[in-house]
Design a protein around this ligand. Structure first.
Ligand code: FCB
Length: 490
């Protein structure tokens, strides 16, 4: 017996043999324990990997002095608007949609088509050095082939006026709106329609390119596709994934065509696209469901588009001309989107989730300035200079905008210090305007607009922006940045 016991002990010293030597129920427990440990290790490493590869930083803003800004010499300060949102008196795909759906009509909007000179005084008052605006195709070509020279002349006068004020004009050729006749032909759903878009762009370019050197081809192609063809909140109000993907590809084709053609006309001009980078973060970072949903949306919204530009392939189709079709990237950043299993399939179901400590903006989505840095890093991979073409917040009482502005500017300032090539910041928006599907309820302006009297009033945040521009343009600040850059160098 003693000998047997001794042998048993020797066997137990070798773990695997000890396992087989153990009684059956003990073995089952050991298997279970091992499985649990394996699963836990797998889960922990997966979470660690996700955290490292896809971080969602949140800063303790109380501890950050957001007034500690420094921007490089020549940094461009601006504001942005879009034709349909401010000009008024339009007749295009949007006005058709407003009439058809009973949504709030854009009407005379800010009456900017008549008051543009006074509005440009507002730009001068702010002290901006760049103004991003859009050209309304439906004004220039109200019916196929009929060109309105008078309307073109007005855009040309606007450009002269801006230049006279020392403000860089930065037009966008398509900002969500286009002629009804083009919409009736299918707009961006049909590849065969793209040459008409191209010839409109060429014509505008030929009229203005002797004075305008920086252009945005298209504004937020993904927003246009998703809102118009998946959620049905923008014209034409469709709900089809097939059409959404088709429009996404065709907008990339359109951008590439315009880029190639205009570049040939003037190789010195600088052309980019204004890309909305929305970030998608899983509601529960440990969830096996929320995570793939976030990754899928991120891929569709940002990744597919980026591959179009870097590889000339988008959503399983080749678009060779898109490869490298950017001289700069315009970044529009607003928020991150927290995803879960139950994703909204219509705008009515849109219920923006937020992290516990985040502030909800009037639009409903959270303020997440940290995401601006993630968006910057994402577009920086394209290897071209970055222009921030939009950033702002709906805030009718102007209680959140000052903090919103400071946090985002601080993020940009830090990104520049870390070597990101950011050339400009355009605040959305110069003044309150027609906020698409939301109508006039959402107030994004540095100037408030009384839509009964058309009176513009500078908000507190507008004054703040003006002071920042003034102080950042002054020499001591430039010196401060220079010192920091030098201190960083080895
Ligand atoms: C962007 C649009 C811009 C404006 C802001 C708030 O997605 O490009 O026209 O509506 O949102």
């Amino acid at each position: 017996m003693a000998g047997i016991r001794h042998r048993r002990q020797a066997v137990e010293e070798i773990p695997i043999l000890a396992f087989y030597a153990a009684p059956m129920d003990e073995r089952a427990w050991q298997v279970l324990l091992a499985a649990i440990m394996l699963l836990a290790t797998f889960k922990i490493s997966l979470i660690t990997y996700r955290r490292r590869a896809f971080p969602e930083p949140h800063y303790d803003w109380e501890k950050i002095d957001t007034s500690d800004l420094s921007f490089p010499d020549g940094f461009i300060w601006g504001t942005a608007t879009a034709a349909h949102q401010i000009e008024g008196g339009q007749s295009n795909n949007w006005t058709d949609f407003e009439n058809r759906t009973g949504k709030e009509p854009s009407g005379i909007a800010c009456d900017h088509w008549r008051r543009w000179r006074e509005d440009f005084d507002l730009l001068s008052e702010l002290g901006v050095s760049s103004y991003r605006f859009s050209i309304e195709w439906s004004r220039l070509e109200p019916s196929p082939g009929a060109w309105d020279e008078e309307a073109m002349q007005k855009y040309s006068d606007m450009v002269d006026d801006l230049i006279g004020r020392g403000i860089r004009p930065m037009p966008t050729l398509h900002h969500f709106s286009h002629p009804s006749w083009w919409e009736d032909r299918g707009g961006f759903t049909e590849t065969s329609n793209l040459p008409q878009f191209l010839s409109y762009c060429e014509r505008v370019f030929d009229s203005l390119s002797n004075r305008v050197k920086v252009w945005c081809t298209i504004n937020e192609p993904t927003v246009f596709s998703a809102m118009g063809y998946t959620l049905g909140q923008f014209p034409p109000g469709r709900r089809s994934i097939r059409l959404t993907l088709r429009v996404m590809r065709n907008m990339m084709r359109a951008h590439a065509m315009v880029y190639r053609s205009l570049k040939q006309r003037d190789p010195d001009c600088s052309l980019g696209i204004a890309k909305n980078v929305t970030l998608f973060d899983p509601a529960n970072r440990w969830s096996p469901i929320d995570w793939p949903v976030a990754r899928l949306l991120e891929w569709l919204w940002n990744g597919a588009w980026k591959r179009g530009i870097t590889n000339g392939r988008m959503l399983w189709e080749k678009i060779p001309d898109a490869k490298g079709s950017l001289d700069f990237i315009g970044l529009n950043y607003y928020t991150h989107f927290i995803t879960g299993l139950f994703m909204p399939t219509s705008a009515d179901e849109l219920d923006f989730a937020k992290r516990e400590h985040e502030t909800t903006t009037e639009f409903g989505y959270p303020m997440y300035a940290e995401g601006m840095r993630r968006a910057i890093d994402f577009v920086a991979e394209l290897g071209v200079p970055i222009e921030i073409t939009e950033n702002g917040v709906a805030d009718s009482s102007d209680s959140l905008r000052p903090e919103h502005l400071m946090r985002h500017l601080w993020i940009i300032s830090e990104a520049i210090k870390d070597g990101r090539d950011i050339r400009s910041y355009h605040h959305w928006s110069l003044m309150d305007n027609f906020e698409w599907a939301e109508g006039y309820e959402m107030r994004f302006g540095l100037y408030s607009v009384d839509f009964d009297t058309q009176k513009r009033t500078l908000r507190g945040s507008g004054e703040m922006y003006r002071e920042i521009i003034k102080s950042e343009l002054s020499t001591p600040n430039r010196g401060r940045l220079q010192q920091r850059v030098e201190a960083k160098e080895p």
